[in-house]
Design a protein around this ligand. Sequence first.
Ligand SMILES: [Zn+2]
Length: 244
Amino acid sequence: MPDDWQRALAVVAHPDDLEYGCAAAIAAWTDAGREVSYVLATRGEAGIDTLDPARCGPLREREQRASAAVVGVSEVAFLDHADGVIEYGPALRRDIAAAIRRHRPELVITLNHRDTWGGTAWNTPDHVAVGRATLDAAGDAGNRWIFPELTEQGLQPWDGVRWVPWDGVRWVAVAGSASPTHAVDATPGLERAVRSLLEHRTYIEALTDEDPETYARTLLTGFAEETGKRFGNRPAVAFEVFPR
Ligand SMILES: [Zn+2]
């Protein structure tokens, strides 16, 4: 995994998208003194069957902020798109491009943008929309003429000028891809990744009757070990990295 960078921005659809695997890598990065910020397209307000969206949204926002703090992330922003029906299009690309210009990351992280998780395990439309829009917005963020209103708001283009090695988005790393190209050792961050997922307690309690801590630890350890089989048999968090 590229490690000559200082700032990363993770852009995903829902609270918990980063906690199902990715957070172990994020914990290791923030330990190493790197800055990581989160942007979520929604508050996950349609995620709990027994809870009305008006109550669910604020609750899941709180859980997400707590969950980010566990892995050293203090900035969490929400874009206010509608959970379950996020539309891929210029509005979403513009909101993500604005976040990229604001944070000026070298590394952008997102979640699987493809139709499936591999095989026939169907992905959700929100992940597909946000993943694709994030890959596209990494380019939009660098072009002053695509969303000129952003420049008018003082958000200058963040583009990859090749002779300034630290300028612009250099990679978009897609977590949860069925064809990963790179990996991070999950071992140092795994315990905090478990605690980070556990902060989504209301969601987990609605999802399973299992003890939440057993659920989180079994699941994340299993993911990391399974992923590690492709990367030298060490527990891993894998990404498909798109260089720019
Ligand atoms: Zn999700």
